[in-house]
Design a binder for this molecule. Structure first.
Ligand code: SF4
Length: 411
């Protein structure tokens, strides 16, 4: 989870950022910690339930203790039944992994790991570590339901693995390492990467000088990219702003554009030689611009959020002010309002609309299994409207022929 409660300057969860932008840890240190929002608190509770589930499955706690702890979790206002289900998915995965060993492996939840041999003062907490027969498995549970996080080449997971190695390597010989991310609210598939120990160690050596730079700040450099998303200074960072404003022209192609090196080189050469670019953008350029415009929109939203917050706390952002947004009329007491209308002689039939619950609401009320049994045969899933997505998106490309065919057979 990356929930080191006191922060390491270069944390495992922020490693994707500081490995790319070595200036980020020093830059971020001037901003206060963000208040952990509702989602972070929900994540903490979901992790707690995961931990209890795995400990119960492993026989580390009794059923009585498990039930009483879960009962306690249920009293939390952020609790939802979904947390029990996602913890079961996580628990099942851990159980399968444990059972795949020929001899019972060592297994531990919420393990504090120290990877300071690679990252100065680096430490964190790994959700689950399983060890045995030369195999180290590091598992992370993610409760978010946004973007799927891949375990492939994932620096956070690799740092946890290096920390686990430091902790247990003396007692358990290890020759291969699996890093796994369970994210049940996004996908049923668990993302895994298995690499030989030698590969993990050489990766650790490669990042050492980068981590040194990031922590000391000496020789650190700003570099804007997708990793800015969770940077505390993202709204006010000049490096990010300069990269965004470079979109106005093509003189300095942003680092993260999608043009190939050949395309960039020939474009620069043409401009250096004084050629004017053709008035019509090519499809390749449009693909590149779309990608960068998306980044620009996200930066614009960060600027807006920062400015609003600043104005509301009494600062002056020249040229801008906070106003009340559009609001919709509502009853202060809907029951009383309806009662008054009825008393005025209006028929109930005019005042109420009888609507069935949505499919998702009915499924929730009846329960998934029972819902499938009774109404499953009536459930259809029409193909959604086409929408633009990056090529890396996991969904299948939209198939117009399949849509036309479906339409024809339904007619
Ligand atoms: S916003 Fe981006 S470029 Fe600026 S410090 Fe943060 S990670 Fe680096």
């Amino acid at each position: 989870m990356g929930k080191a409660t006191q922060h390491a300057k270069a944390s495992a969860s922020g490693s994707h950022r500081w490995l790319n932008c070595t200036a980020a840890p020093t830059f971020e240190s001037q901003f206060p910690d963000n208040d952990p929002g509702k989602y972070a608190k929900e994540g903490t509770l979901a992790h707690k339930i995961c931990e209890l589930t795995v400990n119960y499955n492993a026989g580390y706690i009794t059923k009585r203790k498990f039930n009483s702890q879960i009962k306690k979790c249920r009293t939390d206002e952020l609790f939802s039944e979904e947390m029990i289900k996602t913890a079961e998915v996580y628990g099942e995965y851990i159980w399968e992994k444990v059972m795949s060993f020929s001899e019972k492996p060592y297994q531990q939840q919420e393990v504090r790991v120290d990877f300071s041999d690679y990252v100065p003062e680096g430490f964190g907490t790994s959700d689950c570590i399983i060890l045995g027969s030369g195999h180290l498995i590091v598992v992370d549970y993610k409760h978010g339901k946004g973007v799927p996080v891949s375990a492939e080449n994932n620096s956070q997971m690799r740092l946890y693995a290096l920390g686990a190695l430091k902790k247990y390597g003396m007692f358990y010989p290890i020759d291969k390492v699996t890093m796994a991310i369970v994210q049940p609210r996004v996908t049923e598939e668990v993302s895994e990467e298995t690499i030989p120990l030698s590969e993990l160690l050489s990766w650790g050596e490669r990042i050492k000088p980068i981590a040194q730079k990031a922590v000391s700040g000496i020789g650190a450099e700003f570099k804007e990219g997708t990793w800015c998303q969770f940077c505390k200074g993202k709204a006010v960072c000049r490096a990010r702003s300069e990269n965004m404003t470079a979109l106005e022209d093509f003189k300095d192609l942003p680092i993260d554009g999608k043009l190939s090196d050949d395309e960039k080189t020939s474009r620069m050469a043409a401009m250096d030689a004084g050629f004017t670019l053709p008035p019509v953008l090519t499809d390749t350029e449009i693909g590149d611009l779309l990608y960068r415009a998306e980044t620009l929109v996200s930066w614009y939203n960060d600027l807006k959020a920062y400015a609003l917050e600043a104005i509301l706390t009494g600062k002056d952002i020249p040229g801008w002010k906070a106003v009340a947004g559009r609001s919709v009329r509502a009853f202060d007491d809907a029951d009383q309002a309806i009662e008054d209308i009825k008393k005025a002689g209006y028929e109930e039939a005019m005042l109420y609309e009888r609507k069935p619950k949505t499919l998702a609401q009915l499924e929730k009320v009846i329960g998934k299994k029972e819902f499938d049994r009774i109404a499953g045969s009536h459930v259809i899933k029409p193909i959604g409207k086409p929408t633009l997505a990056e090529i890396s998106d996991k969904r299948e490309p939209y198939n117009q022929a399949a849509v036309d065919f479906k339409g024809a057979t339904q007619a």
